[in-house]
Design a protein around this ligand. Structure first.
Ligand code: GAR
Length: 200
């Protein structure tokens, strides 16, 4: 079996990246991690990736201020050099231009902390609480030029409990994200488009 090379883009702690990399440690996994890129040099996930034996790179968006095409060209160069065939956004907090996304169309995934199409964008946990939701969740979807609205590949849901705050909701959702994203990547990398649905 030829394993497909997967690169992961992060901005912060990288816990979803770690979940993906750990799952790909299985030799029967249809993908293998080839590179972790962070747009922030201080992202804690960089050290976690290195500890897991995955090559890392920093492409600092601040070094390319006001020049998004140059920032993205630097990322594309790193990805090409790594031989990446699949790109996973995992807590990557920069919006990618349509040109970048088109280049990767059909090969780029994202995890978003809401039950899309509800609550695209930021502050999803607070917005789910403010809307009076009884359930909350996370979605893995294909990335298209429109923010957080590409084809849904999998979702995980959790109940909203009395007294929940954005912080408690986020903390309870994260372990579900860590189950969801690897489950979706396994299917996606094998060409299996069946949706993943996870419940607590
Ligand atoms: C995760 O909750 C992820 O769903 C969210 O950021 C967190 C990253 O955590 N992503 C977004 O908000 C994307 N817009 P991690 O760095 O520990 O994986």
């Amino acid at each position: 079996m030829t394993r497909r090379r997967a690169a992961i883009l992060i901005s912060g702690g990288g816990s979803n990246m770690v979940a993906l990399v750990r799952d790909m440690a299985d030799p029967a996994h249809p993908a293998t991690p080839c590179l972790v890129i962070s747009n922030r040099p201080d992202a804690a996930g960089l050290a976690r990736a290195a500890d897991l034996g995955v090559p890392t790179a920093v492409v600092d968006h601040r070094a390319h201020a006001d020049d998004r095409p140059r920032f993205e060209a630097a990322i594309l160069d790193r990805l090409a050099a790594s031989g990446a065939e699949i790109l996973c956004l995992a807590g990557f907090m920069r919006i990618l231009t349509p040109g970048f996304v088109e280049h990767w169309r059909g090969r780029i995934l994202n995890i978003h902390p809401s039950i899309l199409p509800l609550f695209p964008g930021l502050d999803t946990h607070a917005r789910a609480l403010a809307a009076g939701m009884a359930v909350h969740g996370a979605t893995v979807h294909e990335v298209t030029p429109d923010l957080d609205s590409g084809p849904i590949l999998g979702q995980a849901v959790i109940p909203v409990l009395p007294g929940d705050t954005p912080e408690t909701l986020a903390a309870r959702l994260l372990p579900m994200e860590h189950r969801l994203y690897p489950a979706v990547l396994r299917r996606f990398a094998a060409g299996d488009r069946r949706k993943v649905a996870l419940f607590p």
